[in-house]
Design a protein around this ligand. Structure first.
Ligand code: ZN
Length: 455
């Protein structure tokens, strides 16, 4: 068995974020406002989205024009902003980093292909920083990226001009950009006064003493996706990122009410968090349990699955659907334009293998108990217990499960997913499973018997 050390991935992600924050800082400072990092601990005071929204530039219109040779991306804003545009490979994308912008664009915009742009998406990647990611139909180079000031009664416009290029030229531009990013990194860290969400959120390093006073077991709740990454989407427009955040907050409140466990959220607002970062938050808080919350979808024409499924980590997926789902969920970082050029290092370590076996046994035990508790309360998938290679479940020392609440592509499931009474009932059953999990852990001083069990 091998253990994937993700810290180089994390470094790559953090470096990207640090750069992003540097790009975002001047404009943020101009507006006389600081992007305060919000602590992830649940008891902190909630942010006020209404106040935040009005303080940021507003994007009101977007269009893509041109053909397969030259394409123009135009975003209309209510004021001038800074931008940084760069290419990313595998898959080929153009990323535009800007200060936090409130996007008031029609739903579904960005889904249609035009010219060199296959699709684009936009959203928050950290407090103070938004991002636009364009998927390219073929390699393209950035001819110009600029913001036009308001003129002749016309709104300020962010414009990115692209032209078709060959693969070799595109890859050259990508590696030049990587070199630039690495060179800029130390300066960024030295001058940045506002920690990025990534830095603020991960909690203490494993040896840190900050949290020693609260000895309650830590439960990390991980609402999937967020910000620029919407997750799956119902035909009627509901986003997975919102459904799972609502559920996660309700679960947090329920567990905290008992007072026995400390809850840490990987995100408690509409921000993107890279996958490796989510794992790091769990490990740094020495979490006793990690629960990732998602809501699945099947593409149109691929049947009509329904009900909740509980996933654990495995090298080989339990079935084809599980494999496909893990692949889709593991794409979150690509969707958000995180640059993951470094391959994870594989370390063979007998102690980590032992820890992983124990962790796996605990994960499986919690998964089974979760299915038992949810049975009869929430609708379950016909095979509710599955496993696959989810990146977010890879902490070697934190029992982790991923709960797919249901299918937003299924009408009956969706009705439940957005219903207050279903949420309350289901949250209750998950909280009960958490209670049972810790109850057993506390009374059993023996190593778990399931340690040698197959999943
Ligand atoms: Zn998901």
């Amino acid at each position: 068995m091998t253990f994937h050390v993700n810290h180089r991935l994390v470094c790559a992600a953090v470096a990207g974020w640090a750069l992003l924050s540097a790009a975002a800082l001047p404009a943020v400072a101009q507006s006389g406002e600081k992007a305060e990092p919000r602590p992830s601990v649940a008891s902190s005071s909630p942010a006020s989205p209404a106040v935040a929204a009005s303080a940021h530039p507003v994007a009101t219109e977007v269009r893509v024009a041109g053909d397969d040779k030259k394409t123009r991306f135009i975003l209309e804003l209510d004021r001038k902003i800074d931008l940084r545009a760069f290419p990313l490979a595998n898959p080929n994308r153009i990323v535009i980093d800007i200060p936090q912008v409130t996007f008031q664009l029609p739903a579904g915009v960005g889904e249609a292909s035009r010219g060199l742009v296959k699709a684009f998406r936009y959203g928050l990647v950290m407090p103070g920083g938004s991002r636009i990611v364009m998927d390219l139909k073929r390699p393209a180079k950035i001819d110009k990226a600029y913001v036009l000031a308001a003129e002749n009664g016309q709104a300020p416009k962010l414009i990115v001009e692209l032209s078709a290029t060959d693969r070799a030229t595109f890859m050259q531009a990508v590696s030049a950009e990587n070199r630039k990013s690495l060179a800029a990194e130390p300066a960024t860290v030295a001058t940045a006064t506002v920690p990025t969400k990534a830095e603020a959120n991960v909690g203490p390093e494993p040896d840190g003493k900050a949290e020693t006073e609260d000895t309650r077991p830590v439960v990390v709740i991980d609402p999937g996706h967020g910000g620029i990454d919407h997750g799956t989407q119902a035909q009627s427009g509901e986003n997975e990122k919102t459904i799972v955040l609502d559920f996660a907050k309700a679960l947090r409140d329920r567990i905290e009410k008992g007072g026995k466990y400390r809850v840490v959220m990987t995100r408690d607002d509409d921000t993107f968090v890279p996958l490796a970062q989510r794992v790091k938050i769990a490990r740094n808080h020495k979490a006793a349990l990690f629960v990732s919350i998602h809501a699945d979808a099947l593409p149109r024409g691929e049947g009509d699955a329904q009900g909740a499924t509980v996933y654990t980590l495995s090298d080989t997926a339990s079935d084809a659907e599980a494999a496909k789902l893990a692949e889709a969920e593991n794409k979150a970082d690509l969707i958000a334009g995180i640059n993951l050029t470094e391959e994870p290092v594989e370390v063979a370590d007998i102690l980590i293998d032992l820890t992983r076996r124990e962790t796996k046994a605990f994960s499986n035990r919690f998964a089974r108990s979760l299915v038992r508790e949810m049975k009869g309360i929430a609708r379950l998938h016909k095979n509710p217990l599955k496993s696959a290679g989810f990146v977010v479940l890879k902490a070697p020392d934190v029992p982790s499960v991923l709960l797919e609440l249901g299918y937003v592509s299924n009408k009956a499931d969706l009705q439940l997913l957005v219903s207050e009474s279903w949420r309350s009932r289901t949250v209750g059953s998950v909280a009960q499973a958490v209670e049972l999990f810790f109850g057993k852990r506390v009374v059993s001083a023996e190593p778990p018997k399931e340690a040698s069990e197959q999943p």
